[in-house]
Design a protein around this ligand. Structure first.
Ligand SMILES: [Zn+2]
Length: 230
């Protein structure tokens, strides 16, 4: 949505829609959506994973399933107070770009650190299924946006980020003690590329509705509900 100051309020997790379908991206940002129920199971998993990574963080380590990060020369971010501020306070990493016309706002799950001190954005993803081969395409802009936010606030940022996937090991196991598998997924991030893309996004949002996209399933959903597609 456009905020009172005339800037588009963009969140890192909503950016992928621009690549997926420009019509949906336009609609998502112009119309206040119905309030959705919070995904409580996902929220609970995020809390568990934060606690898990923080437990190992105290010793400067990663949980065993993410040990390969240490082999990559990456360390956990050590300042837990600062990290918790980034996790909880939506304003702490905000980017306001009045020239381009947007306000980028969001919270981050975790941060890793390169040997030379550059920050590496990280996001926990929990799901019922193992991540699909191409799944990271949905999250590149999200992770890059975190990188932009860090850079804006004076931090040096790596050209890579990580998705930390956790998914149900065996969906046919009738136990309530659900076992998870995990996968560490490297994502290359291009901060300058996203900065340019954000300008294009705002240009799209400032223009008229780009029209119904026949390739997109979600577009027809909006047709029915809002009826503004002529
Ligand atoms: Zn669409």
């Amino acid at each position: 949505m456009k905020t009172k100051d005339g800037l588009w309020r963009l969140s890192p997790s909503s950016l992928y829609a621009y690549t997926e379908c420009k019509s949906c991206f336009w609609v998502n940002n112009h119309y206040r959506r119905m309030p959705t129920l919070p995904l409580l199971l996902n929220t609970a998993m995020d809390s568990i994973l934060k606690a898990r990574y923080d437990k190992y963080r105290a010793d400067g380590k990663f949980p065993p399933e993410a040990k390969e990060l240490e082999d990559e020369g990456i360390q956990p971010f050590q300042d837990l107070n600062q990290l918790n501020d980034w996790r909880e306070n939506i304003r702490s990493l905000e980017v306001v770009n009045e020239d381009a016309g947007y306000r980028l706002v969001g919270k981050i799950d975790d941060v890793l650190v390169e040997a030379d001190g550059r920050l590496v954005p990280a996001d926990y993803k929990s799901s019922g299924n193992a991540p699909a081969e191409d799944k990271q395409k949905y999250y590149i802009d999200q992770l890059t946006a975190y990188g932009l936010m860090f850079r804006h606030h004076g931090h040096k940022v790596s050209d890579r980020a990580y998705l930390l996937h956790y998914f149900v090991k065996d969906k046919n196991d009738p136990s309530v003690e659900v076992k998870f598998d995990s996968h560490v997924d490297l994502v290359d991030i291009d901060l300058d590329g996203l900065q340019k893309k954000l300008v294009d996004m705002v240009e799209l949002l400032n223009g008229d509705y780009p029209g119904h996209n026949p390739e997109c399933k979600n577009c027809s959903y909006y047709d029915e509900r809002n009826g503004y597609v002529g």
